[in-house]
Design a protein around this ligand. Structure first.
Ligand SMILES: NC(=O)c1ccc[n+]([C@@H]2O[C@H](COP(=O)([O-])OP(=O)(O)OC[C@H]3O[C@@H](n4cnc5c(N)ncnc54)[C@H](O)[C@@H]3O)[C@@H](O)[C@H]2O)c1
Length: 324
């Protein structure tokens, strides 16, 4: 949590997708900072959204709304001072199975939010949540914000397109829109039972059930990771930043192989076991290979840094899911 969350006290904040994994953790942090939070979420069954993720929080209003419906978005824009756009179709495999719906949510939904910002609250600061997979296979090691974009799957391509929309609106209309691209995020309030979402959270679910954590191939592929509280602190810092039209990566300094990560989960949770399985063909076709993200820009420009080393984040995750 950054020291300056006081900037949100008493502010009107809109979080789209606020019932989802990252959005709900953001909502908890904003509520703790004294913000007045409005959540727009359609509780899409093909997402990680869960109604209990923001249960019983004062100063938080949850409104069922689909960002693909322009009027539903516009209605809630007047008076908004900060806007976090977390509503998304967030699954790579789903996007390959239903590419049209992925475009609707990730592209049209983002345009609707940007148009609402432009027309009804142009002084607001907006943060868009991008993904590290927008860059596709790593051509330079490490990957920074100047790395070319060559996404391997429809979700990542649509996330890249939506990021371009944000940059265009920031430039053409002088709106306060920034982007934080996240790597594999894990932690409390994630959907931990569906392998179509982030693999770390799925591994967490398997460890909690004392089941096998099945890694594809030999697990040597490197991944950049981040505990969700550190993702939230990056998003909050981006919203309070004076600069606009910026793109920042946020990730832990060290990448880790899928095998080593699975082994750390088993060790920290004290349950589960690591097993190797054949790559499913549909997954192998869209895999990006090694991912090594460099967050120097975010660290130097906004003073952001992650506070949770991997084991500390895993221990906090275990404590959350094991609480009675
Ligand atoms: N989880 C990660 O590791 C990760 C990594 C990089 C980027 N991201 C990005 O972070 C953002 C949040 O991801 P997440 O992991 O919290 O996903 P999630 O699936 O847990 O949450 C997405 C939320 O959006 C809602 N939603 C979906 N379609 C909607 C619509 N049409 N209208 C309104 N609400 C809708 C869902 O109901 C859900 O609550 C996404 O933009 C995602 O691309 C996530």
């Amino acid at each position: 949590m950054p020291a300056n969350t006081s900037g949100f006290a008493g502010r009107r904040v809109l979080v789209t997708g606020g019932l989802g994994f990252i959005g709900s953790n953001l909502v908890h942090a904003l509520a703790a900072a004294g913000a007045s939070v409005l959540v727009l979420d359609s509780l899409d069954p093909r997402s990680g959204g869960q109604v209990g993720n923001v249960d019983a929080l004062p100063q938080v209003q949850v409104v069922p709304a689909d960002v693909c419906q322009f009027e539903s978005v516009l209605t809630h824009m007047p008076g908004v001072e900060y806007l976090f756009h977390c509503a998304a179709h967030s699954s790579h495999p789903y996007s390959m199975r239903d590419p049209q719906r992925d475009i609707e949510v990730n592209c049209v939904g983002t345009i609707n939010v940007l148009e609402g910002l432009r027309r009804f609250c142009p002084a607001a600061h907006m943060v868009y949540v991008g993904t590290s997979t927008q860059v596709g296979p790593m051509r330079t090691n490490p990957i920074d914000e100047l790395h070319p974009l060559a996404p391997m799957d429809i979700y990542s391509a649509n996330k890249a397109a939506a990021e371009h929309y944000c940059r265009i609106y920031a430039g053409a209309y002088k709106l306060g829109v920034n982007v934080v691209r996240l790597p594999n995020v894990f932690g409390p309030r994630a959907n931990i039972h569906n392998p179509d979402f982030g693999f770390i959270n799925y591994f967490v679910g398997r460890a909690l059930q004392n089941e096998a954590l099945t890694m594809y191939g030999n697990g040597a592929q490197l991944r950049s990771v981040l505990y969700v509280a550190d993702a939230v602190s990056a998003l909050l810092a981006a919203a309070l930043a004076p600069a606009t039209g910026q793109v920042w990566f946020a990730a832990n300094a060290q990448s880790i192989s899928v095998r080593a990560l699975a082994e750390r989960i088993v060790a920290v949770f004290g349950s589960g076991r690591v097993e190797q399985v054949e790559w499913p063909a549909a997954r192998e076709r869209i895999d990006v290979g090694d991912v090594v993200i460099d967050s120097t820009k975010l660290r130097s420009e906004l003073g952001w840094q992650p506070h949770y080393a991997l084991d500390a984040g895993l221990a906090a995750t275990a404590a959350f899911f094991r609480q009675p």
